[in-house]
Design a protein. Structure first.
Length: 138
């Protein structure tokens, strides 16, 4: 019974990452999303938002697998950390966003995504530390 409780604690980082990944995915397309241009055109920030959606869904999938696959948990936490770092760097770093500081992508999307992916990176590292002795061996 005590061993079961320890196992349940080891999936806590994975479950937190699932929630963060879903918040990022939904947020990047709705309330934390990029600018909506009046003429209906897509700016660079639109594509940053779409890329954030893909990265957040990857993070969510890695976290779900980490919760399910005990022997692969360490590697999946490492992958989640790298995915979180990618998401952190994406808006305004790897993919341009609008130039004006008053635009929604600069005022809302970029800071929100950096905070959320920063949290995901911290949680991923916590998962690495919690599972450092669980590297899979056949």
């Amino acid at each position: 019974m005590k061993e079961n409780a320890i196992m349940n604690k080891k999936i806590i980082p994975a479950m937190v990452l699932v929630v963060l990944g879903l918040v990022i995915a939904i947020g990047s397309q709705t309330f934390l999303g990029p600018c909506v241009h009046e003429d209906g055109s897509f700016g660079a920030c639109h594509w940053a938002g779409r890329a954030l959606l893909g990265v957040s869904l990857l993070l969510t999938a890695e976290a779900l697998l980490s919760a399910i696959l005990e022997r692969a948990r360490f590697g999946l936490c490492l992958a989640s950390a790298l995915t979180s770092a990618l998401g952190f760097l994406m808006p305004g770093g790897l993919i341009d966003i609008c130039k004006m500081d008053t635009m929604r992508c600069r005022m809302v999307m970029q800071p929100a995504m950096r905070v959320l992916f920063g949290l995901a990176l911290i949680v991923s590292v916590a998962g690495l530390l919690k599972n450092k002795g669980k590297r899979g061996a056949a």
